[in-house]
Design a protein around this ligand. Structure first.
Ligand SMILES: [Zn+2]
Length: 73
């Protein structure tokens, strides 16, 4: 089997570790482990609010990016 030798490893938004498998949310990468933990997390859990905060930050980043684009042109 031929391989290109290029493994697509991405930085996980939540755990900040390089992972090969995961999902993409709003253009960001979240690894399988964190995805599972997010799904499992209860709204009352401390870690849940942390996830929400990180995703909020992501949305803000994207919003700023879009705004910048609009300003340039
Ligand atoms: Zn992760």
């Amino acid at each position: 089997m031929l391989r290109t030798g290029r493994t697509s490893v991405k930085d996980c938004l939540i755990c900040k570790k390089e992972k090969q498998y995961g999902i993409h949310i709003l253009g960001a990468f979240i690894c399988h482990k964190c995805e599972k933990e997010m799904v499992r997390a209860d709204v009352t859990d401390d870690c849940y609010s942390e996830y929400v905060e990180r995703l909020k930050g992501l949305e803000t980043e994207m919003f700023i990016h879009v705004k910048k684009k609009q300003v340039i042109k």
